[in-house]
Design a protein around this ligand. Structure first.
Ligand SMILES: NC(=O)c1ccc[n+]([C@@H]2O[C@H](COP(=O)([O-])OP(=O)(O)OC[C@H]3O[C@@H](n4cnc5c(N)ncnc54)[C@H](O)[C@@H]3O)[C@@H](O)[C@H]2O)c1
Length: 410
């Protein structure tokens, strides 16, 4: 990587908050749901946290010139590109942020690493284990040149989940027995919802499994502090034919075109059990058919000394039960995770003034900037993303083989 240059006027207006820290010039590919969330993260991180480098929203990239220009203006990017190859070729970009569907993650990430850029890539890391292996290998090679690569498992970066991780690592739960995770949404309940990229294997890799299951596999392993060794799974596709989409689809919303339909080629729901290296047992459920559940990610960990429970729909709270307290007054207590000495919160609001979903992206940007400046590998690495990909592959293999217990490749 060359020495960073001073930002130009447009860059300064777009991203730098006036600190004396050298710029970190970001080029982001994709400008819809995650593009908006990551923009918020890059825009805000340097204004809230004292950072060793100042994120500069240098360039945003999409395929439609008008739409990407409008996204640049809306989200505060200094320039717009219509081909990610041009973005990567620019020598005024230090970091490439990949916010596209999974079918382009590997190609963009490999090209960006080869061009000497740092990389942030949305989850799941790739659509196949083979792609993820190539990405992890390229990231490991690039690390020798001071480049960093991180996967966007943002739910690690909420204060309550970060606190849960610390408490497990401190031994407050003792030996872990159970990890119970569900990630429930309902935006596919309507059989007329169109066949967007998330419902096609060639673009998404898998369905609820890769979309929601990847998050809960990562979070469960992160909080437990250990890896799954094998899984037993079943998957189902409830609605096998859907109307084709009309016009642009973004995130979880789209409109149908006409009467033409196409085949759904991914799972609608994935249920699996798993075994951790320590012998702890885990259960996972990922679905977009949980009528009434919007973004219900819930995780509970039970250990010999205590339990922890987190619910994304109440994300400023963590439930904790200390099993060593006398039974007469023991019970789950609600920790309001808004104190300045809770993770990330020294830079935010006074106690009780809670954070939201978007703050996980601010924290993601913050942590990545520190890793870049300090020349260390940011968590989760591409190797971590590859391991999650292997779990997803084992889930699919098990489901195909009538739920047979399937070891996770290492
Ligand atoms: N971390 C999270 O919580 C979270 C949430 C949603 C999605 N995601 C992940 O983020 C990624 C994107 O999902 P999304 O919901 O933002 O999708 P989206 O459909 O809202 O946006 C995708 C964007 O990528 C662009 N795009 C697609 N192919 C491209 C190409 N070849 N070149 C340039 N631009 C291209 C589209 O134009 C669009 O702007 C996926 O990997 C998804 O799994 C993560």
């Amino acid at each position: 990587m060359g020495q960073p240059q001073q930002p130009g006027q447009a860059e300064a207006e777009a991203g730098a908050a006036g600190s004396g820290a050298p710029p970190l010039r970001v080029g982001m590919v994709g400008y819809a749901f995650m593009g908006a969330a990551h923009s918020q993260g890059w825009r805000t991180a340097g204004r809230v946290f004292d950072l060793p480098r100042t994120p500069v929203l240098a360039a945003i990239c999409g395929r439609d010139a008008g739409a990407v220009r409008a996204a640049a203006d809306r989200h505060g990017w200094a320039s717009a590109e219509t081909d990610w190859r041009t973005l990567i070729a620019r020598d005024d970009i230090d970091l490439v942020d990949i916010c596209t569907p999974g079918d382009s993650h590997a190609e963009i990430a490999l090209a960006a690493l080869a061009a000497g850029k740092h990389v942030l890539c949305e989850k799941p890391l790739a659509n196949t284990v083979e792609e993820a292996e190539a990405m992890a290998a390229a990231a490991a090679r690039a690390q020798a040149d001071g480049q960093v690569a991180m996967v966007g498992f943002n739910y690690r970066r909420l204060p309550a989940t970060a606190l849960a991780r610390d408490m497990v690592a401190e031994g407050r739960l003792g030996r872990l027995r159970h990890v119970r995770v569900t990630y429930l949404q309902d935006w596919l309940v309507d059989p007329q919802f169109p066949l967007t990229w998330r419902l096609r294997r060639e673009s998404a890799g898998s369905g609820s499994l890769g979309d929601l299951g990847a998050h809960i596999v990562d979070l469960a392993q992160h909080l437990a502090g250990e890896w799954l060794t094998g899984v037993s799974a079943m998957t189902e596709t409830f609605v096998r034919e859907r109307p084709l989409p009309g016009g642009a689809a973004s995130g979880l919303s789209a409109v149908e075109a006409d009467e033409a339909t196409g085949a759904v080629t991914v799972d609608d729901a994935a249920l699996f059990t798993g075994r951790f290296a320590s012998g702890a047992l885990a259960s996972f459920e990922a679905t977009r058919y949980a009528t009434g559940r919007k973004n219900a990610l819930r995780i509970e960990l039970n250990g010999e000394h205590g339990s922890l429970a987190f619910d994304l729909e109440r994300l400023n709270e963590l439930e904790y039960h200390d099993g060593r307290e006398p039974g007469t007054h023991a019970g789950f207590r609600r920790i309001l995770v808004t104190e300045p000495d809770h993770p990330y919160l020294d830079a935010w609001w006074p106690p009780g003034h809670g954070l939201g979903y978007e703050h996980s992206f601010v924290h993601q940007a913050r942590d990545l900037v520190h890793a870049v400046a300090e020349g260390r590998s940011p968590q989760p690495t591409f190797a971590d993303g590859l391991q999650v990909q292997r779990v997803l592959a084992a889930v699919e293999e098990s489901a195909e083989k009538n739920s047979v217990f399937t070891p996770i490749a290492v």
